[in-house]
Design a protein around this ligand. Structure first.
Ligand SMILES: [Mg+2]
Length: 303
């Protein structure tokens, strides 16, 4: 297992918290909460991989806590194991009905608790691996369009909240069909990999994302980057690709592979993504193509 996983242990009794933490601390990082309110806060802030949740707690019972967790997008997918002194099948059934993945009764057997936690962490790890695989473009090994769609949702919402600009760039390989026709698809695939690798270098800040949008088209999402700065980045990318001097015997633009780039910058005003966002970027890409390719144009800039 590569990354260290985190488990949130929730119990109103200190002795139980310490006992549980001691049992599992070799397999994960442990964070603690002593009541329901604290549990919900920690879960939201730290996104643990698993929660061990005591049922019997004053003020807010474990049943109430799990319902709150399941209603919140930030926490609803975190698996919860109930720890309870209530050991009737009805209690266990209620816990599982509320969405718990497991139910452990007190007093617990240390080795069983440890093994169950280990098993659940293993499934979380496998689920994450699968999800990551589903978000990666297999040819270029950068993010795929699905990952881009999700990132756009997240960044659009974040920018709406914080009032900062969001920039979108579309990158297209010039005369790529002619390249494939002349040199074959295997060589064409290699060009896409080389360009993806070059684009990746320009992912510099958290939130920046480069993805393969489809065919020979790539997108780059740049949160909190103004139009002029984004256009500078677009030109740096254009030059970086040209500098590779990958021979393109079928291009009327240059003896090597070039790209065209179009982009736009918006300050999102409301939660739903403005369809003009992509359209503007796409229009400027088209304008860059029309103007002779191997250039970058930004919506409202440099025209
Ligand atoms: Mg208790």
């Amino acid at each position: 297992m590569n990354a260290v996983q985190t488990v949130l242990v929730v119990d109103d009794e200190k002795q139980n918290r310490m006992l549980l933490a001691e049992l599992i601390k070799d397999d994960c990082r442990v964070i603690l909460a002593k009541n329901g309110q604290q549990a919900i806060e920690r879960a939201r802030e730290q996104h643990p991989d698993l929660i061990l949740l005591d049922v019997m707690m004053p003020e807010m019972t474990g049943y109430v806590v799990i319902q709150a967790l399941k209603q919140d997008d930030e926490t609803r997918r975190i698996p919860v194991i109930f720890i309870s002194a209530l050991d009737s099948p009805a209690d266990e059934e209620r816990g599982l009905d509320l969405g718990a993945v497991d139910y452990i009764t007190k007093p617990f057997h240390p080795s069983i608790v440890r093994k169950r936690v280990r098993n659940h962490l293993q499934s979380v790890h496998q689920r994450n691996l699968l999800e990551n695989l589903a978000m990666i473009d297999s040819l270029t090994e950068i993010a795929n369009r699905r990952r881009y769609d999700e990132a756009l949702e997240t960044e659009w919402r974040r920018a709406t909240r914080t009032g900062v600009p969001l920039s979108l760039m579309i990158v297209d390989v010039d005369h790529f069909k002619a390249y494939n026709d002349r040199l074959g698809h295997a060589q064409g695939d290699d060009i896409l990999r080389r360009i993806a690798r070059t684009l990746r270098v320009f992912v510099r800040r958290p939130g920046d994302l480069v993805a393969r949008y489809g065919g020979e088209e790539f997108v780059m999402l740049l949160p909190n980057v103004e139009a002029d700065a984004a256009l500078d980045i677009a030109n740096e990318i254009r030059i970086a690709v040209e500098t590779l001097q990958l021979p393109h015997p079928a291009s009327p633009v240059a003896p090597w592979v070039t790209i065209s780039l179009g982009g736009t910058t918006m300050v999102p005003q409301e939660g739903t993504i403005d369809p003009d966002f992509f359209k503007q970027a796409d229009n400027t890409l088209y304008a860059a193509k029309e103007a002779g390719r191997n250039r970058a144009i930004w919506h409202g800039e440099g025209r």
